[in-house]
Design a protein around this ligand. Structure first.
Ligand code: NAD
Length: 303
């Protein structure tokens, strides 16, 4: 009999969204309507899907949504001036530029052109720097959601050994900084790490953010470890009738590790729903900061 806990991202995301919605109603009583601008360049299908769900969630929560669809041929200067006009627009509190951008555009330059106070993705260098110094800042959505989930299920993280697999600016690095802020002993593992399974077997907590389907197997996992699987990979898999179907899997081989760990996030239904909820969280955070309104979430919904 397996006895692991399934860490439910949908349920926690819903709890977060309910609290955010209440806070938005309160802001509106003070004549503040949070506004989120989502900028999509080109017509990448996956990006279009992500943008649609972000816009729909904003609308559900009563956030004013501004959706800009720009041609794949837009020049860098034209894109920068679109961002300038959103920076200057007082009805916009959050600006998100959907990544990836076309190759002719300097992504770093564009992200740093966003007013750091409206940086709902937390990718601006000032916010990344603030996070690494342990200062108040917007926190990238996926790391924020991962740590809220982890703390909700595990409570105090002090003294835990955490291994983060992946060192991207979007997930790996910020998630490690949040673990450090929560007094974990943090190891960053990556593509050049030697004997990765042995490194991971030291971990009380494994955060997998690699981008390789079902990469983390049973030999990576210490008995009783907690696993947060950030990966989202579309693969063709056979169902029980032998039909090949497109499915989403994580970076962790769920069936191989679940009996060894004490808790694990599923894919889908784990970190994914938290990411979009945390985008709403960040939009509320930015609107509150810009208007000097207190921002405090419940204890079990904080990173
Ligand atoms: P990335 O490609 O930028 O970074 C991947 C990291 O994995 C790198 O730091 C690399 O060093 C490491 N890596 C690659 N191969 C490795 C190996 N063999 N051994 C050890 N480390 C290795 O990816 P990312 O943007 O950080 O995303 C990581 C995963 O998270 C992807 O599956 C992505 O789809 C997913 N993701 C999910 C969400 C969500 O909402 N759930 C959001 C963002 C990203």
């Amino acid at each position: 009999m397996s006895s692991y806990t399934l860490i439910d991202g949908k349920q926690t995301a819903e709890a977060l969204l309910v609290e955010i919605e209440k806070k938005i109603i309160n802001l509106k009583k003070q004549n503040i309507t949070p506004g989120l601008a989502v900028v999509l360049v080109g017509n990448d299908k996956a990006s279009e899907t992500y943008v649609r769900s972000k816009v729909a969630m904003s609308e559900r929560l009563g956030i004013k949504s501004i959706h800009k669809e720009l041609s794949v041929e837009i020049s860098e200067d034209e894109l920068l001036s679109e961002i300038e006009s959103l920076n200057a627009d007082d009805s916009v509190h959050g600006i998100l530029v959907q990544l990836p951008l076309p190759a002719h555009i300097d992504t770093e330059k564009v992200l740093n052109a966003i007013d750091y106070q409206k940086d709902v993705d937390g990718f601006h260098t000032l916010n990344a720097g603030a996070l690494s110094k342990g200062l108040e800042s917007t926190i990238p959505c996926t790391p924020l959601g991962s740590i809220i989930l982890l703390k909700r299920y595990l409570g105090d993280l002090s003294g835990k050994n955490a291994v983060v697999i992946g060192r991207s600016n979007i997930v790996g690095k910020p998630v490690g900084q949040l673990l450090l802020k929560n007094n974990c002993t943090v190891t960053y593992a990556h593509s050049r790490t030697k004997d990765l399974p042995a490194v991971c077997r030291q971990a009380d907590i494994i955060i997998a953010a690699i981008g390789k389907p079902e990469f983390v197997g049973s030999d990576f996992v210490k008995e009783g470890a907690v696993i947060i699987d950030v990966g989202i990979n579309a693969v063709q898999k056979e169902d029980s009738d032998g039909n090949s179907k497109r499915r989403l899997v994580g970076d962790v081989d769920f069936n191989a590790v679940c009996d060894k760990c004490s808790a694990i996030t599923p894919v889908p239904g784990g970190v994914g729903p938290m990411t979009i909820a945390c985008l709403m969280y960040n939009c509320l955070y930015c609107a509150s900061m810009i208007h000097n309104v207190d921002f405090e979430m419940s204890d079990d919904l904080r990173a």
